[in-house]
Every structure is written in C-alpha cells, then in structure tokens.
Design a protein around this ligand. Structure first.
Ligand code: NZQ
Ligand code: ZN
Length: 385
C-alpha cells in the first residue's frame, strides 16, 4: 500500500427530515447566499423546507446555476455576493450547484487576477468563504470532497480544481429529496458513482484488500439497487442506499494508498465540453473503451472484479477480463444510459480528432501509468462509435 494522509472535515447530516437541522449548522450571524439550479428545488418542496428552517436569518438567493456550471454564470453570482456582503454560501442541489458554489467560495476573496486561473493554472486558493450543502442528487460525491468542475462556455472548456479550502462545512443528505429526480438523472447518478469507484479500483493490485473490498461493496450495492429504484422509486431504503453509495464513491476513502486512473473522467469532460453530453452519459460511453484498451495492464483487477461483483467463473484471465467489461457495459445499458456515441448523435471520428488535438496541445496523458496518450485517447473514442 502507498503512503497517504487523510483528513475529511465534512460533517454529514443524514436522513429524512434533516433539513430542519439547518439552524444549528449555519452560523446565526451569517449573511447567507442560497445557491440553486434551474428550479427543481422550488417544485419538489426542498426550497420551502430550507426557507422554513432559516426563517428570520439574513438570506439572499442566486438561482440558475446550470448543469455543468459555467464560469460565466458563476461570476455573476460572485458579483451579487460581493454586493450583498455574503459571508456564508448554502448550495441546495446536485453536483453542479455544489461545484459551482465551491468556485464562488474560492473566487469571492480571490485577488490574484481572473479567478479562471484557479482552474486553468491550478493557482493556489489561499482562502474561501465557508459553504454548506443540501444535496438533492446522489452522483458526484461533491458533498464530501474538495473538488469542483467548472465549464467555460466561450472556449468549450471543462476543468476541475481541488482545494481543501472548499470542503463543505456540512452536507445534509435527505434521501426523500431524491424522489423527484427524473429517471435520466437517477441513471446518470448510478453510472457516475459506479465509475468513481472503478477509477480507484480497476488499476493494479498494491496489497490493499480493504480498499478493494470497500470498492466492491459499493459496486455490488449499486448493482442490487439499480433495478429496485426503477421498480419502486419511492422506496426510502433504496434511495438512502444510493445516496450513501454516491458519497462513499468519492469522499476519498476507497482511493487511499492505491493507484488511481481517472482517464474515463478526463476524456468524458472533453465530450461534455464539446458536445454537451451529461457527465454520466460520457462515462458510460468511455469506460468500456478505456478498460478494453488497458485490459492487459488491468487484468488482475478486472478478473477479481468479474468474479466478486459479477460472479463470473472460469480460468482464462483474458476471457474473464473481457466478460467483466461486457457485464459493465450491459449494466449501463440496462440502467438506461447508452454506451455508444451514435446514440447521442455524436460523430466518433470528429470527436476523436478534436479531443486528440486539444490534449496534444496541452501535453496531457491519462491513466494510472500515464500512458493513455492523445493518440490512444482518439482510438478509444473511435472504438465507441
Ligand atoms: O437545476 P435543477 O433544476 O435543480 O435540476 C437538476 C439538473 O437539471 C436536476 N435535479 C437535481 N436534483 C433534483 C433534480 N431534479 C429533480 N429532483 C431533484 N431532487 O438534475 C439535473 C442535473 O443536475 P446536476 O447537478 O448537473 O447533476 P450531477 O449531480 O450529476 O452533477 C454533474 C456535475 O458534477 C460534476 C460533473 O462534471 C458535472 O458538471 N462532477 C463533479 C465532481 C466532484 N465535484 O467531485 C466529480 C464528478 O466526477 C463530476 O465530474
Ligand atoms: Zn464523475
């Protein structure tokens, strides 16, 4: 196992009715900016619960943070928050609202030029305004990590930053808030969580059986829950388990001391930047391609994954690895997220070339061995036509 340091300061407040805990979590004297997305929270009663809990507090609002939050929109929120003197941010929504709010939190006290540098140059973030979260979509794990992904519409870029200053102070996870999710977002969330796990698990063994089994536990729980959430969408237990799986997928624990891949995510972000696919959709398309391209270097873990998560039997490692990949692909299709670019109207050859050129210009290569070069990325994308 590799060395690691771990500190996760996010207070998790989990369960039905827990939005009522907000007055204990948000400092009494805070000037709060409540951030949200396109309005789902106003239709499903979450906004009303938050407003009731924080009645009498100093509160302003910024709505309209879009899926794949844009720098352009977020900078308007920064201006508004400065004008209103806000000193606490409360993100109410999915990963996009949370990520966008993390960027607002870092940009507010920022004095070193254009805050885009936080993303484009990974410029240090010396301070951030504190933020809290009410999660409404289990997927990204953003509620318990220090990462944010932001898009710039003008240049078709989608970049991330990670900084411990933007860990939420608390995150409220009420599974009942997820009853109103459209099936497409439920499916995206399952795929996103699944792929967060595979990015930290399907690499090569380093003698970390606990982390491996923790990863397998999340994957198996997702496989079990996926058909249930479709059959009985208002089943609290299923929603609760999906929510807790998503948080565990990317709160850092399963990735401690083990190699990590992230090629699927990095390629997926480019597909969203150029073609606007949902984050989960890009992952369903790209993961099988990455696994096949790396099937030899990942063989030991693919075989273990196939046996333990999918119950595969047999003794030929190459055949087991391919069967495990095929099972993964079939799972994403069954969940309702197509795994080929043609299903989204994207020309694979064109996408391959655009993304290859951009990655070559940036000098990027991905994967746990940093050997997925721009040319190999292009081949992976073409293989997903
Ligand atoms: O905007 P509203 O009206 O709220 O509607 C949203 C949005 O249209 C809707 N929604 C959310 N909760 C709902 C709901 N609709 C009904 N009922 C509810 N309870 O769902 C749509 C999608 O929301 P979004 O926040 O975009 O989805 P998600 O949580 O999947 O977040 C995706 C973003 O997170 C980034 C992705 O790249 C993408 O930009 N990621 C962030 C990560 C992180 N911070 O660690 C890691 C991930 O790998 C990922 O890259
Ligand atoms: Zn993701």
């Amino acid at each position: 196992m590799e060395n690691f340091t771990y500190h996760n300061p996010v207070k998790i407040v989990f369960g039905k009715g827990m939005i009522a805990e907000l007055p204990k979590l948000v400092p009494a004297a805070a000037r709060v900016l409540l951030t949200y997305g396109g309005g789902s929270i106003k239709r499903n009663g979450v906004y009303d619960q938050v407003a009731a809990a924080l009645k009498g507090r100093t509160l302003t609002e910024f709505g309209g943070i879009e899926a794949n939050p844009s720098y352009e929109t977020l900078m308007r929120a920064v201006e508004q928050a400065r004008r209103d003197g806000c000193d606490f941010l409360l993100a109410v929504g999915g990963g996009s609202v949370i990520d966008g709010t993390k960027f607002i939190a870092a940009a507010l006290p920022w004095t070193a030029g254009d805050p885009w540098r936080i993303l484009s140059e990974q410029a240090p973030v010396p301070a951030a305004v504190p933020l809290g979260v009410v999660l409404t979509l289990p997927a990204t794990g953003s509620e318990m990590n220090s990462t944010a992904v932001v898009s710039r519409l003008a240049t078709h870029e989608k970049l991330f930053f990670s900084n411990e200053q933007v860990y939420p102070k608390f995150s409220i996870l009420d599974p009942e808030t997820t009853y109103s999710l459209p099936p497409r977002q439920v499916a995206n969330g399952i795929v996103d969580t699944f792929v967060h796990v595979t990015e930290q698990y399907l690499t090569f063994p380093v003698g970390a059986p606990l982390q491996e089994r923790q990863a397998e536990a999340i994957l198996s729980t997702l496989v079990e829950a996926a058909p249930k959430v479709v059959a009985t969408p208002r089943d609290y237990e299923v929603r609760a388990n999906l929510m807790w799986c998503a948080t565990h997928g990317l709160n850092g624990i399963i990735g401690l001391g083990v190699p990590q891949d992230w090629a699927t995510h990095m390629i997926g972000h480019e597909l969203t930047a150029f073609y606007g696919l949902d984050h989960g959709q890009t992952l369903a398309v790209i993961l099988p391609g990455v696994l096949r391209a790396e099937a030899v270097s990942k063989q030991a873990m693919l075989v273990q994954y196939g046996r333990r998560v999918w119950g595969l039997t047999g003794s030929d490692p190459a055949a087991l690895a391919e069967a495990a990949i095929a099972k993964t692909e079939a799972f994403f299709e069954a969940v309702g997220v197509p795994t080929h670019l043609s299903a989204y109207g994207v020309n694979a050859g064109e996408a391959a070339e655009k993304i290859r050129a951009r990655l070559a210009e940036r000098g990027q290569a991905f994967g746990e061995h940093a050997d997925i070069t721009p040319d190999r990325v292009a081949a992976i994308i073409r293989s997903r036509a």
